[in-house]
Design a protein. Structure first.
Lengths: 207, 484, 295
């Protein structure tokens, strides 16, 4: 070992700040930029642009969507599932409801309105109160339908599409899109209480 | 370059000897505990390695199964040895280059003791089955608290020491060390808070955070500290400044910008953008390895052979080469085509060992062999042992890294070969692993030498400084002659 | 770069970048989506959550460090498509001719009409498969596209598709692993659904897999003297060289039972939006894996 070990090497120790300002070799900068370029191209081709549904080996949201063959998430079938875990409890497996307590959905004029605006509002905000008339018959109930606005636009659109288009129940209204649900969700955001029949009948179902 | 130095030392009351004296307490605590943990880590590493020779070796005892011994070996090497040795060397460099005495040396020693206590209960927790399940973060909550407090104490007074410096200008090695001092508490707190608090984050985000932490610890933290130390000692040993400061700046930025994103494998069950970002960033660390290589090569110039003669220089030279190779291996393995072969194989282990042991630990050994005699003013008890330690460690690490790297690539191709059964692939890979056991034995022997030397030196120091003082203090008082 | 504060700021911003990218963004994207799972995202609620004993098994998996030798991440290299004819329509001869024009082999009308559904084209790209489906539609036939994920992991039988974030929703800690000393376990429950097999494998790996390098976990089991009646939990069909002496039986401790329950619960093979596949049709035989002895 170095015999002069006990002597601090101050004389030999250069000050760090004395490092020469020699520049970076130009080829290294070129390598850096080539790698950055490759990285940008690689990310563009394989990164899926930050989409949470794109996993390798898929490379884009469109590609994942194109692989949803044979009725991937079919809104009608998805609506059947949503119905089965939520609406089913009150409205029943065949949407007949319970006389005097829970109104029926099968063949109801409320469900079969050509425009879905009122039905979307009812699902989002809930429904209660006296004065309900179904197919011209008064339907008196003390029950309250709770709001379901914690469900996503997709799920609400799916379940309304399922109920409105269910031919087994005698319904034949056109489907609903998540965009329609989204538009109405924003409109009713200020509406804190559930809707009453009188209140909702004043609303134009097309809006 | 000596102009400032001469003027400042003329005005200064603080001499190098005083600075070294102020380092004595914290450095002794940090280095001796690091060396003790290092030996423990090698023993556990050896036990883990032996299990691949006979699957039922020590498998009857829950505390000594592979699933517990392996994380203990990793954690003890990382937190027991590497972090403590790194903090000690960093402290000495900060004090020496800044020409300032260490602030509150006793509190830094206390920080090291807290750290040791936290690690001890953490390791016992892992052995008892209390591991958290996140790799490199296995230490349970009750250990983490002490580790974190201990780190804060050490780092805070290292920063105060830096703040008190008389040499205001900061050189490259100080940027690296300063950034590292801030980096660790952030990543350690974030990861442990998000993963181990009462309401941890959920789902696969846990794994992402754990990967992020591992990448930042293994590449950014050890990279910053290790390179800070390398740069400093290369300047010291070559007695000339670093070839290029802008190049060192490029190294610095590529580490903190790119290496901090590394570590998420291609196969991770997360949306494609996360591994894609990580892949790109890891490939970009190629520039880090190249810039370090050029800078050190050009600093040494034809004098490279000079550094290799005395043992500290040998260790430093090995550390430099290991850094370049380890980071090239890492950047290479991030390329998607390569990654599909090397991912989830022994190649990753080989690369990790080369980075932690070949680069970081070897650099620290060099630094410790350089610093301790200066701080104590004593020679090593066994003057030849640093040289023996070097050869044992160097051959040992090559015997671990080379077989595992080759074995990992072979294993990767075998997993893609559907004609080989799972058992065939695993057994084939174990043949390579068995060679690495020899490396583990050599490394253990070398580490025992380091520990023996440190203990021998402490005993000698104690004899020289404390025994006479004690005798003097306890000697019978001579009757004072009364003056007439 | 002469002063400490500058180094501090540089480190701060660089670290913030990776922190935002790899901690904050995934938490916003994946962590929050998870907390709104009262919506039925797909045709079925997924993941169903593990039964209580399997949840305890996850803790045993963590404590014993199984993760250091087993990964839970199945890779997928691509997705191919099979076209399956479901209805040959009224004019099956025209369908056969259309298929022959596409050079997909020789077909006869009556041959096509019998034994439906029947694959008419295998392992093709999505574009080609859609074109074929349209062509068959024009010929009056109905067909379906079946998605077949491919990759060596999948061909090794380690999974039906790649693993995705949703597969880990029910678990904490999430342990995807970093090394494959042994096989991947993401789907071990689908591959080896027999609890007794799993227990036997934990007790004596080489009793069920010749030359397995896995250590045995005997400390999770107890050797007991058989009382009046053999314990219902005791290991069945243990090979002789691993079995205890006469009058003794090997009974798993609760930890072993939990770990086996967890392993059996590991199955990430449900089709998801982000990892589509066509599940194989339910077979009349129960999912009997070849190396799983019936209980």
């Amino acid at each position: 070992m170095n015999p002069s070990v006990n002597q601090p090497m101050t004389s030999a120790s250069p000050n760090d700040s004395g490092a020469k300002d020699t520049t970076v070799p130009i080829w290294l900068i070129v390598v850096l930029f080539l790698l950055v370029y490759w990285g940008a191209v690689y990310f563009d081709e394989h990164g899926g642009w930050f989409d949470s549904q794109v996993y390798t080996p898929y490379v884009s949201a469109e590609q994942v969507k194109s692989f949803q063959v044979n009725g991937g998430p079919n809104p009608f079938e998805r609506g059947r599932q949503v119905y089965a875990v939520t609406c089913y409890v009150c409205h029943g497996p065949n949407a007949q409801g319970t006389p005097g307590t829970f109104p029926p959905l099968a063949g109801s004029d409320w469900v079969n309105e050509p425009q879905p605006g009122r039905m979307i509002r009812i699902v989002l905000q809930g429904f209660s109160g006296p004065g309900l008339t179904i197919n011209g018959q008064p339907f008196n109930t003390g029950s309250v339908m709770v709001p379901w606005n914690s469900f996503s636009d997709d799920d609400i659109a799916a379940v309304i599409t399922f109920v409105r288009g269910n031919k087994d129940w005698g319904n034949h209204a056109p489907p609903v899109t998540p965009e329609q649900v989204h538009a109405i969700r924003e409109k009713v955001a200020k509406h804190s209480a559930s809707f009453t029949p009188t209140e909702i009948l004043q609303i134009n179902p097309a809006e | 370059m000596n102009a400032t130095r001469t003027t400042s030392s003329a005005n200064d009351a603080v001499s190098t000897a005083e600075i070294d004296a102020s380092c004595r307490v914290p450095l002794f605590t940090l280095f001796v505990s690091a060396a003790v943990w290092l030996v423990i880590a090698s023993v556990f590493g050896l036990i883990a390695s032996l299990k691949f020779h006979s699957p039922n070796f020590l498998s009857g005892c829950a505390w000594l199964t592979y699933g517990r011994v392996h994380p203990v070996a990793t954690n003890v090497l990382l937190y027991g040895f590497a972090v403590q040795a790194g903090l000690g060397v960093a402290l000495w460099i900060i004090a020496r280059t800044g020409q300032a005495k260490v602030a509150q040396p006793w509190l830094i020693g206390l920080g090291s003791k807290l750290w040791n206590f936290g690690l001890t209960i953490g390791v016992l927790g892992i052995l008892a089955g209390d591991s958290t399940g996140y790799e490199n973060l296995e230490i349970p909550r009750y250990g983490v608290v002490f580790l974190f407090l201990g780190y804060l104490l050490v780092a805070f007074f290292s920063l105060i020491t830096l703040h008190n410096r008389r040499e205001r200008a900061l050189g490259p090695s100080q940027w690296f060390l300063l950034a590292a001092l801030f980096w660790f508490p952030w990543i350690y707190f974030t990861a442990n808070y998000l993963l181990l608090s009462h309401t941890p984050i959920r789902g696969v985000t846990q794994a992402i955070v754990a990967w992020w932490y591992s990448g930042n610890l293994n590449f950014v933290w050890f990279g910053l500290v290790g390179l800070g130390v390398l740069f400093h000692f290369i300047e010291q040993l070559m007695a000339r400044p670093l070839h290029s400061q802008p190049l060192a700046l490029l190294t610095f930025w590529t580490i903190i910008l790119f290496a901090s994103w590394s570590g998420i494998p291609h196969s991770a069950p997360v949306p494609a953008w996360i591994p894609a970002m990580s892949t790109v960033a890891t490939v970009l660390t190629l520039v880090t390895a190249l810039s370090v290589m050029i800078n050190i090569r050009r600093t040494c110039g034809r004098g490279c052979s000079q550094t290799e003669n005395p043992p500290p220089g040998k260790f430093i030279a090995f550390g430099t080469m290991a850094f370049v190779v380890a980071w090239l291996m890492n950047a290479l393995a991030a390329i998607p085509e390569v990654n599909s072969v090397t991912n989830l194989t022994w190649y990753t282990v080989s690369q990790w060992q080369l980075n932690i042991f070949g680069f970081f630990a070897m650099t620290m050994f060099g630094a410790i062999y350089y610093i301790v005699p200066r701080v104590t003013g004593l020679e090593w008890p066994c003057a030849k042992s640093p040289r023996h330690h070097y050869w044992l460690a160097a051959i040992g690490i090559v015997l671990i890294v080379l077989p595992l790297a080759i074995g990992g690539v072979v294993e990767g191709f075998n997993w893609h070969n559907l004609k080989m059964t799972n058992v065939d692939v695993a057994k084939n890979a174990l043949n390579f692993l068995r060679i690495s056991t020899v490396g583990e034995v050599l490394i253990l022997l070398g580490n025992l030498m380091l520990l023996g030397n440190l203990i021998g030196l402490s005993v000698r120091y104690y004899r020289i400084h404390f025994v006479p003082a004690y005798r003097q203090a306890t000697a019978k008082l001579k009757p004072v002659e009364a003056k007439p | 770069m002469k002063y400490g504060p500058l180094v501090f700021l540089a480190a701060f911003f660089a670290l913030s970048a990776s922190w935002c990218g790899l901690v904050l963004a995934p938490q916003v994207q994946l962590g929050r989506a998870i907390q709104e799972t009262n919506s039925v995202m797909r045709t079925d609620l997924y993941p169903a959550g593990r039964p209580g004993v399997a949840r305890q098994g996850l803790d045993v998996y963590r404590a014993e460090g199984c993760v250091y030798c087993h990964s839970q991440q199945v890779e997928q290299q691509g997705t191919l498509v099979d076209v399956v004819l479901t209805d040959a329509g009224k004019n099956s001869n025209a369908v056969a001719k259309a298929l022959e024009d596409e050079q997909l082999g020789t077909f006869t009308g009556p041959g096509l009409a019998a034994g439906l559904p029947k694959p008419v084209e295998r392992n093709t790209s999505l574009e080609k498969a859609s074109a074929l489906v349209n062509l068959l539609k024009k010929a009056g036939a109905n067909s379906e596209m079946h998605l077949v994920p491919i990759g060596t992991d999948i061909e090794r039988g380690w999974g039906a598709r790649r693993t995705v974030a949703d597969d880990f929703l029910a678990d904490s800690p999430v342990m995807p692993g970093s090394q494959r000393v042994g096989p991947d376990l993401a789907n071990v429950g689908a591959r080896l659904p027999d609890v007794n097999w799993q227990l036997m494998h934990l007790y004596a790996p080489r009793a069920v897999t010749k030359d397995s390098p896995m250590p045995s976990y005997r400390f999770l089991f107890e050797q007991k003297k058989i009382g009046k009646e053999p314990s219902p939990d005791a290991l069945q069909q243990l090979p002789k060289e691993f079995a205890p002496g006469d009058g003794f039986e090997i009974v798993p401790k609760p930890e072993a039972k939990a770990l086996a329950a967890y392993l059996v619960s590991l199955r990430a093979d449900v089709p998801l939006y982000e990892a589509p596949l066509t599940p194989p049709p339910p077979t009349t035989n129960a999912p009997a894996a070849t190396n799983a002895p019936a209980k």
